[in-house]
Ligand binder design. Structure first.
Ligand code: ATP
Ligand code: MG
Length: 567
């Protein structure tokens, strides 16, 4: 008999993190528990890279019947804010994950962290240093040269205890003293050259207020927070690989001396997500917001989770994307076309298909009786017949897409042109009889057409064959809406040295006044549609009862699917 779970976890389908966990379970490490955490610093909104980490941490917990905590890594009071704390929780929930009652803050552990620092001092494993930041850097040495010991390194335990307490009590200004681990100034690993554990920052913390003026460093707070929460697998990105010996040093220095560590956590590093045409780091994203290059953190052009949500992305598409990219040990750049492919795949059968004319050109059907309105049957989604059908009004004056007409068309243009016949989707075949232009500018402002009553869709008795089918809306019945079309925020350019640089795209947003079929009159914020031939769209929260605003989520041309086919 085959064991399904074992099958699922066999080598062919497991990634390297699952392999580590499977091995740990085999050895009954951590009593066979799997407990992960997602540890954002609340200094900005989450982006799609964080989504990868969220899917990984919460996903592994689900997969192994374990737990995943949400922990705010709030050790730097100068950059953090409750606005970020709230948005992060909303984003994790929106992705469909739950931390249940396990919401923690590194600041919950400030008392413990202080107590353990005192313990390290007593053990002779930490000391107060008076060197300035510049001097510390200078003393640290380089990759090829060992560092030198600080003149304050051999202070007595008593003196260190006294100075550390006075640091806590606020006796010293910012930057005048730090607490450092006493490890090895000649270590080949720079992170082990007496790393700083605590610094003085006289700043109000969003949770602890003015209680503290010394704050722990990430490298010190993180392993301890993990151990206090009973985390078994502490997953982080590759740049922390060289910090792992320090992570282990801190755990080893304390684990037998304290009684509230619930685990000996293991740090595991994976490659962070990078995307083409996207700048990911929070620092850069904050700059885009602060300099007004975008309208906010949730601007639909932003790679933030809130931006993607407003853009119309679904949690399912984002999770599918994270699944497909997988986890690896080496850095790479993922083509954004894959993310776009995932949302198309998700919406293909879910989103109703409707007609919308983005850039209207007026068409008058001269032989169609004035005042007559026909309600024509239209399928809501041919990929999903259960979605049924609706009626759309047809009348004498309609709009078609400006780009669907050419006065002097090239060979392969099968849409509308003078004297040519095309089909109107769900309606009739029409023929272009006359082109009307603005007398002054020469711009085409209207087409005069005739229709053939024998050619009604589904009841065509004419035997006519036409090459083009156009979408349209009835001018009298259509709703005027605003449509926002987005392009990438960054253009990827290559320098003469072959380096890729990201240049801000000046045309990343185009705003249009467009027309949609009247069936959309009750569309709600967040509703998603396929506008035939124009892409997928979502109703933006800026919509009012007078005017709907649509964001284009993505166009229909799937460059990812095309790449896969040709490769
Ligand atoms: P950024 O560099 O964008 O500011 P960060 O790493 O400083 O991100 P944190 O809030 O510290 O942001 O990250 C929380 C978690 O998300 C960490 O475990 C981090 O490793 C992970 N993470 C951040 N960026 C990415 C990414 N691009 N791909 C995968 N995981 C990421
Ligand atoms: Mg960070």
């Amino acid at each position: 008999m085959t064991d399904n779970l074992a099958d699922k976890n066999n080598i062919s389908s497991t990634n390297f993190i699952e392999n580590i966990i499977n091995e740990d379970l085999k050895m009954n490490k951590n009593n066979s528990r799997v407990h992960t955490r997602f540890p954002p610093e609340p200094n900005g909104y989450l982006h799609i890279g964080h989504a990868k980490s969220i899917c990984l941490n919460f996903g592994l917990a689900q997969q192994y019947d374990g737990l995943c905590n949400l922990r705010f890594d709030d050790t730097n009071p100068t950059k953090e804010d409750v606005e970020y704390v709230e948005s992060i929780q909303e984003d994790v929930k929106w992705l469909g994950f739950s931390w249940d009652d396990r919401l923690y803050y590194a600041s919950d552990y400030f008392d413990k962290l202080y107590e353990y620092a005192v313990l390290l001092i007593k053990e002779g494993k930490a000391y107060v240093d008076d060197l300035s930041a510049d001097e510390i850097r200078e003393y640290r040495g380089t990759l090829t040269q060992p560092g030198k010991n600080s003149p304050y390194r051999d202070r007595s335990v008593e003196e260190n205890l006294d100075l550390f307490e006075r640091m806590k009590n606020g006796e010293f200004p910012d930057g005048t003293k730090v607490l450092r681990a006493k490890i090895d100034m000649a270590s080949p690993n720079m992170n082990m050259r007496d790393p700083v554990l605590y610094r003085i920052i006289h700043a109000r913390h969003h949770r602890t207020g003015d209680k503290w003026c010394i704050y722990p460093m990430y490298d010190y707070a993180h392993p301890i927070s993990d151990a206090l929460e009973g985390i078994t697998h502490s997953i982080c990105t590759l740049e922390f690989e060289d910090h792992r010996p320090l992570y282990d040093w801190i755990i080893d220095a304390l684990i037998d001396k304290v009684d509230d560590f619930k685990s000996r956590p293991q740090q595991i590093e994976f490659a962070r997500l990078n995307l083409t045409n996207v700048v990911m780091s929070k620092r850069h994203l904050r700059e885009l917001v602060e300099k007004g290059h975008v309208k906010g953190w949730d601007d639909p052009r932003m790679p933030t989770i809130s931006g993607l949500r407003r853009r119309g992305y679904t949690p399912e598409a984002i999770k599918d994307f994270c699944e497909r990219i997988g986890v690896a040990k080496s850095n790479s750049v993922v083509d954004i076309a894959l993310l776009e492919h995932c949302i198309r795949e998700d919406l293909n059968t879910k989103a109703p298909r409707v007609m919308a004319v983005l850039r209207p050109l007026k068409v008058v059907i001269e032989n169609y009786p004035e005042g007559q309105v026909e309600l024509l049957e239209a399928e809501n989604n041919p990929e999903n017949p259960e979605m049924g059908s609706r009626k759309i009004p047809f009348s004498r004056v309609i709009y078609i897409e400006r780009d669907d007409f050419m006065e002097d068309p090239p060979k392969k243009f099968f849409r509308m042109a003078p004297c040519r016949e095309v089909r109107l989707k769900n309606a009739y075949i029409i023929k272009c009889e006359q082109v009307i232009k603005d007398e002054k500018t020469g711009e085409i402002i209207e087409l005069r057409c005739t229709y053939d009553p024998q050619t009604k869709s589904g009841q065509d008795t004419s035997g006519k064959k036409v090459k083009g089918t156009l979408h349209w809306v009835s001018a009298e019945h259509a709703l005027q809406v605003q449509v926002n079309l987005y392009d990438y925020l960054f253009i990827e350019e290559t320098t003469p040295e072959g380096e890729v640089t990201n240049v801000l795209n000046p045309d990343s947003l185009e705003v249009l006044t467009s027309y949609v079929e009247p069936s959309l009159k009750d569309a709600k914020v967040g509703n998603r549609y396929q506008f035939l031939r124009n892409g997928y769209f979502v109703v933006d929260p800026d919509s009012t009862s007078e005017k709907l605003v649509f964001n284009r989520i993505v166009g229909l041309k799937d460059s990812w699917a095309k790449m896969q086919k040709s490769s």
